[in-house]
Write a protein that binds this ligand. Structure first.
Ligand code: FAD
Ligand code: NAI
Length: 475
């Protein structure tokens, strides 16, 4: 006997579980299916983000940053320590406990919102009277039917064809979050978001880290000036970043990994490391979904093809998050999930793709929203620019963290803010004000006129806005 619902959500990552909760809040009878298992084989909803992504990486970034501060910066405050040690199993245990709190939190939210949760793998089996049939293969096999389905099956790490992941020596994000000991030498392929965040974690804990990047420029998606500043800071910290390389043969032995590559000058090189993280992007995950059973179309990247409203080619089937086009970010997945749930309830859900913030949680943090200077130039848009360095901010000096700047770009004529780019302390938090300003289509003058608390890092945002009009007060 099939169980009938108004909506079935496949996947309980940030896209899926948030869509399920929002739809249930709006009165729909909702089932959410998720396959992720914890170490005991039990359910672990939250997807990549909670289990092997955003949450555990931020837990390790925090632990490793404390360790680095204790070893390198406490002395500046007159605090001395001797015999500083890192207990690796405690650090990893704490990270696992943070993950579990989030898994349990989602199970609680499902109960609170009356979402029926099914632990297992969901796949389409076809269409019948009540809508689409999805079979769940888990502890038991169940048949669920609903007229509406949201696919939120996320993404998986992309491997290099010559070096499949063994999660021991050649690791994806999963292995990178679980190295039992600090490798003496760590190689990272790809200087994108994961490469920089995980490279920073292991460098802070004592690994000698070399990052090999295929592109000739560093952080191509970021504003060039910000990327340059970040590159300088990471290099100063000891992260070795080689740009413009071509990775060749990769050999994994009992003792480690040998990577053959050509450097930017075309010279043959070999990098020998104990562990290798491969972080060269992610691929949409539709494995085992049996999309063919309902005629669901994929695009050339293997993502589910959807329109701007997340509608697939099959009426009644929607898709959100990493499994569709657009940036692979948890908050983008969530926004799409909410918007689809609201559309299903007859409301006007919306996602503004122009104001999705990006954050890289390294130290210094990097965050941006809107367009970069190079994008504005390429589009031929007349703009004004204002920057303010944290070096001139009182709070940053008191914190002992004056690296970086806030950079604001505004339309030359209307003064509307077109982009804000930050590298420096707490950029992840500072960017929220800028996202809100852009949502309200604020001008740089609007920010410049707002009273910001003193002393705070956010005064740098106000000063960057003043700098657009060439009238900074503290620089
Ligand atoms: P996912 O989170 O991948 O969830 C999909 C879920 O669906 C999974 O639980 C999977 O098991 C389940 N599933 C798949 N197929 C089926 C099926 N057939 N049946 C049942 N269940 C199925 N983003 C940020 O915004 N900020 C960050 O700081 C950040 N850090 C990251 C760090 C790392 C190391 C990584 C790898 C990613 C990070 N991301 C971050 C990206 C973020 O994790 C993803 O964008 C986000 O998880 C996408 O959400 P989703 O719901 O689309 O998919
Ligand atoms: P990425 O797309 O951020 O970076 C991949 C990097 O690898 C790029 O710089 C690319 O040029 C390089 N590359 C690709 N192929 C290569 C090759 N063969 N040799 C050398 N270099 C190569 O992908 P990443 O870091 O794997 O992360 C995946 C996604 O996960 C991110 O794009 C992001 O959407 C998400 N994420 C978000 C985080 C955040 O928001 N803080 C943190 C971590 C991940």
């Amino acid at each position: 006997m099939s169980k009938q619902f108004d909506l079935i959500v496949i996947g309980a990552g940030p896209g899926g579980y948030i869509a399920a909760i929002r739809a249930a809040q709006l009165g729909l009878h909702v089932a959410c299916i998720d396959a992720w298992k914890n170490k005991q084989g039990g359910p672990a909803p939250g997807g990549t983000c909670t289990n092997v992504g955003c949450i555990p990486s931020k837990a390790l970034l925090q632990s490793s940053e404390h360790y680095e501060h204790a070893g390198k910066h406490f002395g500046d405050h007159g605090i001395s320590l001797s015999d500083l040690k890192m207990d690796m199993s405690k650090m990893l245990g704490r990270k696992d406990a943070v993950v579990k709190q989030n898994n349990d939190g989602i199970l609680y939210l499902f109960k609170k919102n009356k979402v029926s949760f099914f632990h297992g793998h969901g796949s389409f089996s076809g269409k019948q009277d009540g809508g689409f049939e999805v079979i769940v293969r888990g502890p038991a096999e169940e048949s669920l039917v609903a007229p509406q389905v949201i696919v939120a099956t996320g993404s998986t790490a992309r491997a290099l064809p010559q070096a499949p992941f063994d999660e021991q020596n050649i690791v994806s994000n999963e292995g990178a979050l679980n190295l039992a000991a600090v490798p003496k030498k760590l190689g990272v392929i790809g200087s994108g978001v994961i490469g920089l965040e995980m490279g920073s974690v292991w460098r802070r804990l004592g690994a000698e880290v070399t990052v090999l990047e295929g592109l000739p420029q560093f952080l191509g998606a970021a504003d060039e000036q910000i990327a340059k500043e970040a590159h300088k800071a990471f290099t100063r910290q000891g992260l070795k970043i080689e740009l413009g390389v071509k990775v060749g043969d990769i050999q994994s032995t009992k003792r480690g990994v040998k990577v053959a590559y050509a450097n930017a000058k075309g010279e043959s090189q070999t990098l020998e490391v104990d562990k290798l993280i491969v972080s060269i992007g992610r691929v949409p995950n539709t494995q085992g979904l049996n999309a063919e059973a309902v005629g669901l179309q994929l695009d050339e990247r293997g993502a589910i093809a959807v329109d701007a409203q997340c509608r697939s080619n099959v009426a009644g089937i929607w898709a959100v998050g990493d499994v569709v086009r657009g940036p692979m970010l948890a908050h983008k997945a969530e926004e799409e999930g909410v918007a689809v749930a609201e559309r299903l309830a007859g409301q006007h859900g919306h996602v503004n793709f122009n104001t999705i913030p990006w954050v890289i949680y390294t130290s210094p943090e990097i965050a941006w929203v809107g367009q970069t200077e190079q994008q504005l130039k390429a589009a031929g848009r007349a703009y004004k620019s204002g920057t303010f360095p944290f070096l001139a901010n009182g709070r940053a000096r008191a914190l002992g963290d004056t690296t970086g700047m806030v950079k604001m770009l505004a339309d030359d004529q209307t003064d509307e803010i077109l982009g804000v780019h930050i590298v420096g302390p707490m950029a992840s938090e500072l960017i929220a004000e800028c996202v809100m300003a852009m949502e309200f289509r604020a001008s740089s003058e609007d920010i410049a006129r707002i009273c910001h608390a003193h002393p705070s890092l956010s005064e740098s945002t106000k000063e960057a806005a003043l700098a657009v009009d060439k009238r900074t007060l503290n620089f």
